[in-house]
Design a protein around this ligand. Structure first.
Ligand SMILES: [Mg+2]
Length: 250
């Protein structure tokens, strides 16, 4: 049976980190949008979703079936009357942003994992509205460097733990290959999925989540707090095979 709602992680699942969807992925995602509703949830800002995903989709794609959940589910957008309309955003104030940034810098120094006096590829700390993200090498670091930085998750775990102790009233999670995401307490991918299920009138158990980091401590782990079915993929090529399988059974 076709799931009423299929939710994807973005980086490492639909596309390589911060890269656009491949032409084939865009084509099959568009085919999937004909037969079911699709949500995409990731730590990036809305602008990143538009660049990586929406701008790559074929022009006749049924965007009314697509739901975007940027900044780890702290916001939800749907496409109505030719525009992306914000349904909610759990926004962090400037003051909260400053508190979070101070904790990130202190954790980086105490653990010795990031030296802010060294040059980075763009800003290391980015305020994305509902989320503040710490990127160890900078926001624009090249993919091979990012992949080589913390292959065993040890640096990110150490940073996450140190920051979490400093910020008990926020949620602190592992983001991408080099990043830590901080949101309002209780705001994570599980929160986003619950809100999306409510919005689309789909039971959590009728939804399917597809992601590349469902393991313990991974970026998708919070999804287990929901009743959505889960599917682990290894990379975008694996996701593409999974979409093709789903479509062939439809
Ligand atoms: Mg991922």
């Amino acid at each position: 049976m076709m799931k009423k709602l299929i939710i994807f992680d973005l980086d490492g699942t639909l596309a390589e980190s911060k890269q656009p969807l491949t032409h084939e992925m865009a084509l099959y995602l568009s085919k999937l949008l004909v037969v079911t509703r699709v949500g995409i949830i990731s730590g990036g800002a809305l602008s990143q979703f538009l660049k990586q995903v929406v701008s790559q989709l074929p022009v006749d794609t049924k965007l009314a079936h697509l739901y975007l959940l940027p900044t780890s589910g702290s916001a939800l957008y749907e496409f109505r009357n030719d525009a992306w309309k914000k349904i909610y955003e759990e926004r962090l104030s400037e003051k909260e942003k400053d508190t979070i940034e101070t904790a990130m810098r202190a954790a980086a120094e105490e653990t010795g994992i990031i030296d802010f006096s060294e040059n980075a590829y763009g800003e290391r700390i980015e305020y994305r509205g509902g989320q503040v993200t710490l990127s160890a090498l900078g926001q624009q670091a090249p993919l091979p460097l990012k992949k080589a930085w913390d292959p065993k998750h040890t640096k990110r775990h150490a940073l996450q733990e140190n920051i979490a102790v400093r910020l008990p009233v926020f949620s602190v999670g592992i983001g991408g290959a080099t990043s830590i995401d901080v949101t309002k307490r209780g705001v994570d991918k599980a929160y986003g999925i619950r809100k999306l299920c409510e919005r689309t009138n789909v039971q959590e158990s009728e939804a399917l989540y597809i992601g590349d980091e469902l393991e313990s401590g991974g970026n998708d782990e919070a999804v287990y707090k929901t009743r959505a079915a889960t599917c682990t993929v290894t990379d975008p090529a694996d996701t593409l095979r999974t979409i093709k399988t789903i479509l062939s059974a439809a």
